[in-house]
Write a protein that binds this ligand. Structure first.
Ligand SMILES: [Zn+2]
Length: 44
């Protein structure tokens, strides 16, 4: 069963930044759908 769960997450499509379309690393904290670069620009 654990193996199936891992497979499930591996098959999920990668999140993409809504600003530049770059793939985003999975993060525990969800600020939105932007990559670190774009989030940095918006935070300034
Ligand atoms: Zn971006």
């Amino acid at each position: 069963m654990v193996k199936n769960i891992i497979e499930f997450f591996r098959n999920l499509p990668a999140k993409k930044c809504v600003e530049c379309g770059k793939e985003i690393e999975e993060q525990a904290d969800c600020y939105g759908n932007k990559c670190d670069h774009c989030m940095g620009l918006h935070d300034l």
